[in-house]
Design a protein around this ligand. Sequence first.
Ligand code: ADP
Ligand code: MG
Length: 215
Amino acid sequence: MSALYEHEAKDWIGGFGVAVPRGATAAGPAGVEAAAGGLTPPLVVKAFGPGLVHKSDAGAVRLGLGSAAEAAEAAAAMEADLAAHGVEAAGFLVEEQAEPGVEVIVGAVRDPAFGPVILAGLGGVWTEALHDTALRLSPITEADAHAMLDELRGRALLDGFRGQPAIDKGALVKVLLAVDQAVASLGGAFGEFELNPVVCGPSGAVAVDARRLDA
Ligand code: ADP
Ligand code: MG
């Protein structure tokens, strides 16, 4: 299995109509300030590299950076931190921070007999603790995508819970359909794909993390 880096996976899924944060990459901390030039703070900096899978666990995600200069400083500190743990970054992604919202996982796994299976779930970082996911064999229809969201135990979170606005379900359904189409386009090369999280607000849904493994 070979993996794309996050920004490559985002560029790819962006081509299927999924909204991703505006961002740019730099080979090292020194290039981060220039890379962040056209972006609107707050900014996020993430390191990428062959040994970096769960980035937050490794200290490779910094949120809430107020300027391009702050982003560069964060990248330098991150590089030193990672090096102290024996991890070398291949580069840094600096991107705009999405407005807070409900974090949803959208993904696809490969069933050896039936091919791609599309997954939707609640939780973002809490996915593994919540075990609240819906699955459908690909290809899925728009009605399937809506049904998947409706069968989540935590679906009330999508409909506006405790005074929170309801999320833009139409936008999230479009993400599910785009992921379905995208993984189908890979044919036999498809291994695994995950957007975790897709941050869902009252208008729009933004995939702030993407991971693609090819078979
Ligand atoms: P990983 O899953 O590898 O630890 P993520 O890229 O998912 O790393 O980042 C960790 C968390 O940081 C996300 O679950 C999300 O809450 C937040 N985050 C990451 N990128 C952004 C962004 N561009 N805008 C808003 N929040 C973000
Ligand atoms: Mg993630």
